[in-house]
Design a protein around this ligand. Structure first.
Ligand SMILES: [Zn+2]
Length: 300
């Protein structure tokens, strides 16, 4: 008896599941058909309106859209002549040339849109691979970027990495001068140059325009027997060895000396800021010589 009742219950459950599945299929089909009907109605309306403004595209298969709409049982779209006066007046108001152009562009975009019975899927555009990869995204982001005018710092192999990294960051404006800190809303009491106290402390000022910097570059010119260094930016400093008339080995040494100078200027600035040590140009020059000869001894 119990077995019979169980079998009946299972049968009822299976029937209910089948009915539910059938209902869901009909529901999905209904939604899909109504979406296609709406798209077709919009497209036919667009074609009728375009015809009125002489922007009708000859490639539009309006008759087949109408036939498909009829097949799906959708409500027919009336011709523009039959439509209300309000829509006509709106259309007639589109006499300004840019508006007409925009309308034509919209019609072109819609004309390339194909309606089919396939289900919608997501597709990634712009990448060279269907599969997601970081490399593909990187290539997509970099596409069209022109890096040919970017400055590339010449790495000085005989200097410690910290000096090269400092020069690289300074050239990009990424060292924490007091003005840079203040611009990032960090409170700094005194933003003036620690050497001359006459101008704000910027990269350009402390490495090129300040009196201390000028004395140091004059010293470098005499020491290395190269023409006077006239520099206006940190990048000029990093490129000056290329215009010194020296041979390749001497150019590398001059480039290294200039980076040591910049490092020593920044070190003196930090000692003034954080240890109240007076920033004297003779101390900086002495530091430059010590740094250079110290490295030379390490190399030999
Ligand atoms: Zn200064």
């Amino acid at each position: 008896m119990t077995k019979k009742v169980t079998q009946e219950a299972e049968l009822k459950l299976a029937t209910a599941e089948m009915d539910h599945e059938q209902a869901m299929v009909s529901f999905r089909e209904g939604i899909k058909a109504s979406a296609i009907v709406s798209l077709l109605q919009a497209r036919i309306k667009m074609a009728y309106e375009a015809k009125e403004t002489s922007l009708m595209c000859p490639a539009w298969p309006v008759d087949s859209w109408v036939a498909k709409l009829k097949e799906l049982g959708g409500k027919a779209v009336p011709l523009s002549a039959e439509a209300g006066e309000s829509s006509k007046s709106e259309e007639r108001s589109l006499v300004v040339s840019p508006e007409k152009q925009q309308l034509a562009q919209i019609y072109d975009l819609l004309s390339n849109f194909e309606i089919n019975d396939r289900g919608d899927t997501w597709e990634r555009i712009g990448a060279d691979s269907k599969e997601f990869s970081v490399g593909a995204v990187k290539r997509l982001l970099a596409k069209g970027n022109d890096h040919s005018s970017n400055f590339i710092l010449e790495w000085c192999k005989w200097l410690p990495t910290k000096c090269n990294v400092f020069a690289w960051r300074a050239e990009m404006g990424r060292i924490p001068t007091t003005l840079a800190l203040r611009n990032r809303n960090i409170y700094v009491e005194d933003v003036n140059c620690p050497f001359c106290n006459d101008r704000e402390e910027t990269i350009e000022h402390i490495f090129t325009a300040c009196r201390t910097a000028t004395i140091i570059w004059n010293f470098v010119s005499n020491w290395c027997r190269v023409p006077n260094c006239f520099v206006f930016s940190f990048r000029d400093l990093m490129e000056i060895h290329n215009h010194s008339g020296l041979n390749e080995r001497e150019k590398t040494i001059l480039n290294g000396i200039i980076i040591i100078c910049c490092w020593s200027i920044w070190k003196a600035r930090n000692e003034f800021r954080f240890a109240n040590k007076p920033a004297r140009v003779e101390n900086i020059i002495s530091e430059i010589k010590t740094g250079f000869y110290g490295l030379e001894v390490e190399q030999s």
